[in-house]
Design a protein around this ligand. Structure first.
Ligand code: FAD
Ligand code: NAD
Length: 474
């Protein structure tokens, strides 16, 4: 007999596991099918984020920051440490332990919420039946009133630089390097290139980043991107803009690259090449031909504003659908879909999804950039405040960067906040709350912020919108 559920979720990543847990909380009989197999050969829940994305990358960013600070930050405090060394076994092992803790945590949460787990590949058939091919090859079919597709994304492969995950590596490969490469090439100065390029640069690799576009971090506000580029150059990330890779060939234990820019062709030899040119929605083998779920021109599952595919009882969430490829975007969509299925009011505000890049300095933003406001003809006022004038940042020896706030010229409603500097991954949350409540710069300017804290930069930027920042000439 076919097992029958209220909800089947295909994909146990951030979007899928949030959908499943919320559905179970709402009393729906729920199953999750997930295909991910970890480097130990065992099935692991949590998808890209917990296994080879957000969490392991942040673990390595933190470890490498500790090492880098020994030589580059501690001496200012009068502390010197001779002969600091990195034991890569421990470095990578710590990350693996954290990954296990969190993927195991999702399994525990499934148990606690009585969610049934299937390990294998799910294929949606007509009539909301789902065929599972288990990791052992065994096949079975289950069915549900509602199916949530949460199959996530995979790295885009360049045809002339195919992953071998030894010399030409993707994000998973860059999280498991066993010896610090002397020379590392990174294709793409996007989020992964900058975060993982920083990890290996801090450990001593010579890192060259080849970026096709002429502008650095085009999605960020231009003022913020400018500060960030300067700081990344100081770290020693050699970022080539407007540069296109045309050839990558593994020769022995080296990768020989050719890229061209406005000055012509250039050759580069590296020991590892990280290709991080974006990710694509993953739907391979997910849908039987006759189910009627549509795929858009970028390979993503088509959905409406309620993440519904247009096929009765079939929904899709996370990286597999339109919108930014961020774990927290998937979390919210997953929970909202479960609520819509249960007849409740789910909610996702796509206008206030924060972006954070966990480099040093960190970069964070929410809402519109100054360029977007100009292009859309929206009248605005802008206020910026530097961390150089924030006592806490100076005391930490991290007085780099700024907070920039953009508010409507007439209503003063906050339209965007852009930051580069210490701790901005946390500071952005206050601005998201203000934006979510349709707050004005004056609202933030009137709120008491503790002294001395980094959050004073947000307060002062809000004051600066009205040209009345206290610790800076406006
Ligand atoms: P995924 O996490 O990709 O999960 C999909 C799951 O579905 C996978 O386990 C997959 O194996 C499984 N699956 C696919 N097809 C099937 C099928 N047919 N049957 C069964 N199972 C299937 N985002 C942030 O917000 N913050 C960060 O700091 C951050 N850092 C990142 C760092 C790196 C290196 C990378 C690569 C990504 C990072 N991201 C970050 C992005 C984040 O990981 C993704 O946005 C998020 O994982 C997407 O969640 P998802 O559930 O949609 O898909
Ligand atoms: P990305 O879109 O952030 O950056 C890719 C970069 O590669 C772009 O700047 C693009 O112009 C460049 N590029 C594309 N083709 C190229 C080519 N042939 N040669 C040179 N440059 C080329 O993609 P990513 O860094 O691979 O990350 C994928 C996604 O994963 C991100 O967009 C983000 O959604 C998610 N992610 C988020 C975080 C975070 O939230 N901190 C961290 C890592 C990844």
């Amino acid at each position: 007999m076919t097992d029958k559920f209220d909800v089947i979720v295909i994909g146990g990543g951030p979007a899928g596991y949030h959908a499943a847990i919320r559905a179970a909380q709402l009393g729906l009989k729920t199953a999750v099918i997930d295909a991910f197999v970890g480097k130990d050969g065992k099935a692991a829940l949590g998808g890209t984020c917990l296994n080879v994305g957000c969490i392991p990358s942040k673990a390595l960013l933190d470890s490498s920051k500790q090492f880098y600070n020994i030589a580059h930050n501690l001496p200012v405090h009068g502390i010197t440490v001779e002969n600091a060394k990195v034991d890569l076994g421990t470095f990578i092992g710590r990350k693996d332990k954290i990954v296990k803790q969190f993927t195991g945590g999702v399994a525990q949460l499934f148990k606690a919420n009585k969610i049934v787990s299937y390990f294998g590949t799910g294929k949606l058939l007509k009539g909301n039946n789902v065929q599972i091919t288990g990791n052992d090859g065994a096949k079975q079919t289950i069915s549900a009133t509602n199916v949530v597709l949460a199959s996530g994304s995979v790295p885009i492969e360049l045809p002339f630089a195919k992953f071998d995950n030894k010399y030409i590596i993707d994000n998973a490969g860059a999280l498991d390097i066993t010896e610090v490469p002397k020379r590392m090439g990174v294709i793409g100065a996007g989020v992964i290139g900058l975060e993982l390029g920083s990890v290996w640069r801090r450990l001593g690799a010579e890192v060259t980043v080849i970026e096709a576009l002429p502008d650095f971090l085009g999605a960020a506000d231009a003022d913020i991107a400018k500060v960030a580029l300067k700081e990344f150059n100081k770290l020693g990330l050699n970022i080539k803009l407007g540069a296109k890779l045309s050839k990558a060939q593994v020769k022995g234990s080296e990768v020989h690259l050719t890229y061209n820019d406005k000055d012509g062709d250039h050759d580069l030899v590296v020991d590892k090449l990280l290709v991080a040119v974006g990710r694509r929605a993953y739907t391979d083998g997910l849908l039987a031909d006759d189910v009627g779920v549509k795929i858009d021109d970028r390979g993503r599952i088509e959905v409406d504003e309620h993440c519904h595919t247009g096929v009765d009882g079939v929904w899709a969430v996370g990286d597999a659908v339109r919108g930014p490829m961020l774990a927290h975007k998937g979390f919210e969509e997953g929970m909202a879909v479960a609520e819509w299925i249960a007849g409740k009011s789910g909610h996702v505000n796509y206008d206030t999804i924060p972006w954070v890049i966990y480099t040093e300095p960190e970069i964070a933003w929410a809402g519109k950039t100054e360029k977007q406001l100009k292009d859309e003809g929206i009248p605005y006022r802008s206020g910026s405040f530097p961390f150089a004038a924030i006592g806490r940042a100076v005391a930490m020896n991290e007085a780099i960067g700024q907070v920039k706030m953009l508010a409507h010229a007439e209503t003063d409603r906050i339209l965007g906040v852009h930051m580069v500097g210490p701790g901005v991954s946390e500071l952005i949350a206050e601005c998201v709350v203000a934006m979510e409540f349709k707050g004005s710069s004056e609202d933030l300017a009137r709120i008491v912020h503790a002294h001395p804290t980094l959050s004073e930069a947000v307060h002062e930027a809000a004051l600066a919108v009205d040209k009345r920042a206290i610790h800076k000439g406006n």
